[in-house]
Write a protein that binds this ligand. Structure first.
Ligand SMILES: Cc1cc2nc3c(=O)[nH]c(=O)nc-3n(C[C@H](O)[C@H](O)[C@H](O)COP(=O)(O)OP(=O)(O)OC[C@H]3O[C@@H](n4cnc5c(N)ncnc54)[C@H](O)[C@@H]3O)c2cc1C
Length: 266
């Protein structure tokens, strides 16, 4: 096992091929290479998946929610708490982070946008502006920050489901193969998946195809329940109605009140 890793920046795989002995990769810029194993860990909009499994429309399901995040000034939330403002079908929040700034997150329910392009930032800014029009609290300030943002994260909240996570010596890991959406601890699951794959590769050292299948069998047991819990998580995070927001907020107050009480008593 090598004790260092080569990282290539500013390039992407362009084509993928394989035979029984390895995977062949061509790059947009670099010279073609051959690897024992090719693992796509390139996220929800995976290129590896597209090249081997086909266009993402077949595997990526938009769950009717959008998310945008951006860095904001500390003054918008000088506390150490996450501040949330719930409106029916819309959530605005500002999270404190270490250092000077904070992170604002906007999460809302919305129909598919015709012509949506996950790389078109100008379009994303318009979508946010329309979705949060008339919002209270500091929503107008947040929308203004979105308009001027140079570092806006925006995407649909989507899940990825594939019948098989590998074919021969090419496999997928993390959001590329099993995105659980925003509400399912996707980073933790991606790392757990990588750990499982490392273990199965060690166990099936001479048979990487079998290692990929063993990893999938084991790791699906973690991702499937999280994907199935989407509706409950989404209802709690972005209730669709005024009543839903009131129930969620009062429920949260009861739980935190109870926790404070029991902490004081112990
Ligand atoms: C707002 C938000 C909050 C979240 N909060 C949490 C949380 O609190 N806890 C949690 O566990 N999860 C959270 N998640 C989910 C988590 O971010 C993802 O599940 C996780 O990042 C998936 O990791 P990944 O490595 O599979 O994909 P990604 O993190 O998407 O990484 C994929 C990488 O591949 C690169 N890439 C893409 N295409 C190519 C290409 N062609 N060539 C080379 N590189 C390429 C991308 O630039 C990117 O760096 C959150 C997600 C969002 C959107």
């Amino acid at each position: 096992m090598a004790d260092s890793v080569e990282i290539i920046y500013g390039d992407s795989n362009a084509t993928l091929g394989q035979d029984g002995g390895g995977g062949d990769v061509t790059f947009e810029w670099g010279t073609p290479r051959r690897f024992d194993l090719v693992i796509g860990t390139d996220g929800q909009h995976s290129t590896v998946r597209r090249l081997v499994w086909g266009p993402e429309t077949g595997f990526v399901t938009h769950r009717g929610i959008y998310v945008a995040t951006l860095p904001v000034e500390r003054e918008l939330n000088p506390t150490t708490d996450v501040l949330l403002h719930g409106m029916p079908g819309r959530l605005a929040s500002v999270h404190p982070v270490r250092g000077d700034g904070g992170i604002a997150a906007l999460i809302w329910r919305g129909k598919p946008v015709p012509g949506y392009d996950h790389r078109d930032t100008a379009q994303h800014k318009n979508i946010v502006e329309q979705a949060y029009a008339g919002g209270g609290w500091i929503v107008p300030e947040l929308v203004e920050r979105v308009r001027d943002a140079e570092d806006l994260y925006f995407d649909t909240v989507s899940q990825v489901r594939l019948d098989t996570w590998s074919g021969g010596r090419i496999g997928l890991l993390g959001d590329a193969t099993s995105s659980v959406s925003l509400f399912g601890e996707g980073s933790s699951l991606a790392m757990a998946g990588a750990h499982t794959l490392a273990r199965t590769l060690a166990e099936h050292h001479d048979h990487p195809e079998q290692a990929l299948q063993a990893y999938e069998r084991a790791h699906r047991k973690l991702t499937a329940p999280k994907q199935n819990a989407f509706a409950t998580a989404a209802t709690l995070m972005v209730p669709a109605t005024r009543l839903g927001v009131a129930l969620r907020d009062n429920g949260a107050r009861l739980v935190t009140g109870w926790q404070r009480l029991t902490a004081r008593a112990s």
